[in-house]
Design a protein around this ligand. Structure first.
Ligand SMILES: [Zn+2]
Length: 542
């Protein structure tokens, strides 16, 4: 299961073999720390898989055994960090140490042993800290969002979003919106200044002043200011505004008006074909998820995550003989109804899976890069499902390009809208979220104002990770850039391209957390990214 410090030492020897300026081959001062780092991550990732409800035990250990092991390695890794004499590290070693600390920090708040998990009923408590409040709001999405009532049956939030694309009758689409009312009430109360959501965004803004928000991180990741970031978001929204029919529509009709492709292709995407189509597309890209050992957890469970995600199940590493022992990625999602919306999400999550499976680096860097790059990259393959060429090959049925683009950028532009919404609320957390949302959606999306209705509260991230949506909204800029450059370099990927995975791994993925977005994009494009490529796409749609 676990690597030994010996194998890491051998790896570092192999890595430094080509390095001639290092004349004194002293033992790497990080070797033991990196070995402990992997042991900690092995236990944390196994624990995560058990806590998700997927396994009762993993690698012969049950929940309690992994909890004990995780606790022990957490303490040992902390001790190893403290024992390092940082003045003796080279610049590369200092980077490796910083990367490990960042990864460790991501896990710091993830497990709180003993305490009972937060529940939605805690939302009115005013004694909870920021992290706990985000967990409480996530619990609301899980408890209420997994049990919404529509036409006498129970649906989950993801299925509700999909139904908004599909249902023909406006009154029934309005009824889908009404199914969100209990969730909206839990998050936003009566839109009072101390609603659970507003208290949480207030704490998020305070936290951001100390440590930076996701918006700050995203701007920093590509080396732009927050003002430039906001301008890019507005440029995208404005391109959409100009390219769309100006006749105002109701909010429950927005997805329907962009979702013609979803409706026409639904017949070709029953739930049982989602995984086979996903596997076939990635195999055609040279990244067969079966061969990569990607684990899919797609069965419905009562306590299941309300959010689709991908994570490491086991981190890859170089063995003592220098061979790479592969990463195993875990994809979690629930897709009871099929359709283009679900298919896009599954292909996106598998984009994450093939990404982390391509990392080939020392243990310190065997982790995700910036969230912005990570989310943008996962959309590189998933945007293909909207291309007629892709649809012809994998669905045997296609829609015309304008219809396909409307469906694709209908989703993207909502992500951009949420990005701007969160950016503005983080800047002024005393604003009324319903008014901020109404102002953006009525101006840019031509949506009838409904300031009485918190219809912004549809994404788990808004409560669980305030500010996170920028990684999707701004990520579209990078996705468009990467797709364009890729097509120029190795040809189109929409109908498969066997060169894609090896080429992309070499260019972008193998580094893990070693390189930031700015560096990756600069090397890849030969210049900093701009909003030009995504604007071309948005304007292309009408
Ligand atoms: Zn993602």
């Amino acid at each position: 299961m676990m690597t030994t410090s010996r194998s890491v030492a051998v790896l570092l020897l192999l890595l430094s073999a080509g390095c001639t300026h290092n004349t004194t081959p002293s033992p790497d001062p990080l070797a033991a720390t990196e070995a402990e780092f992997l042991r900690f991550l092995d236990s944390a990732n196994a624990l995560g898989a058990i806590e998700s409800g997927l396994y009762r035990e993993y690698g012969g250990r049950d929940l309690a055994a992994w909890q004990a092991l995780e606790k022990r390695h957490r303490a040992q890794l902390g001790a190893k960090f403290s024992a390092i004499d940082e003045t003796k590290l080279t610049a590369d070693q200092a980077n490796a140490l910083a990367a490990m600390r960042r990864t460790f920090g991501d896990y710091a708040s993830a497990s709180s042993d003993g305490a009972s998990p937060p529940v939605c009923a805690d939302r009115s408590r005013t004694d909870l800290d920021f992290t706990t409040m985000t967990e409480v709001l996530s619990a609301c999405f899980r408890e209420i969002g997994n049990n919404m009532r529509f036409e006498g049956r129970t649906i989950d939030r993801g299925s509700a979003l999909q139904l908004l694309h599909d249902i023909e009758e406006p009154a029934r689409r309005k009824a889908v919106f009404d199914a969100f009312l209990p969730l909206w009430a839990a998050l936003n109360g009566n839109n009072e200044p101390d609603s659970p959501y507003r208290r949480t965004i207030g704490m998020a803004a305070e936290e951001a002043r100390k440590n930076g928000s996701y918006v700050d991180q995203a701007a920093k990741a590509i080396g732009i200011t927050n003002a430039e970031l906001e301008r890019w978001l507005i440029e995208m929204l404005d391109a959409w505004r100009i390219a769309s029919d100006p006749a105002p529509i109701e909010p429950w009709d927005f997805r329907y008006t962009t979702g013609e492709a979803n409706r026409r292709l639904a017949v070709a995407i029953p739930p049982e074909v989602l995984v086979p189509i996903n596997q076939r597309f990635y195999a055609d890209l040279g990244a067969d998820p079966g061969k990569l050992g990607v684990v899919h957890d797609l069965a419905a469970r009562a306590d299941k995550s309300p959010l689709a995600y991908c994570d490491f199940l086991v981190r890859g590493r170089y063995e003592a003989d220098g061979r790479w022992r592969p990463t195993r990625a875990l994809v979690v999602g629930t897709y009871p109804v099929g359709g283009l919306f679900s298919l896009h999400e599954l292909v996106h999550e598998n984009g994450h899976a093939v990404h982390i499976s391509a990392i080939r680096n020392r243990p310190a860097f065997t982790d995700w890069p910036d969230t912005l790059f990570t989310e943008a990259f996962a959309d590189v393959p998933s945007w293909s499902v909207f291309e007629p060429q892709w649809q012809r090959k994998y669905l045997g049925k296609e829609v015309e390009p304008e219809t396909a683009l409307r469906a694709q950028f209908g989703n993207v532009i909502l992500d951009v809208t949420w990005s701007l919404f969160e950016l503005r609320l983080l800047r002024d957390p005393s604003s009324d979220p319903n008014l901020v949302w109404t102002e953006i959606t009525s101006h840019f999306l031509h949506i009838e104002p409904h300031p009485e209705m918190p219809w912004w509260a549809m994404r788990v991230q808004l409560g669980g990770s305030p500010g996170y949506m920028v990684n999707y909204g701004l990520g579209a800029v990078l996705t468009a850039e990467i797709r364009k450059r890729t097509a120029e370099a190795i040809g189109p990927i929409d109908a498969g391209n066997p060169r894609w995975y090896a080429w992309t791994s070499e260019q972008l993925l193998r580094f893990g957390s070693e390189r930031n977005t700015q560096r990756l994009m600069q090397d890849f494009l030969g210049r900093p990214p701009t909003s030009q490529a995504v604007l071309e796409q948005i304007r292309r749609r009408n």
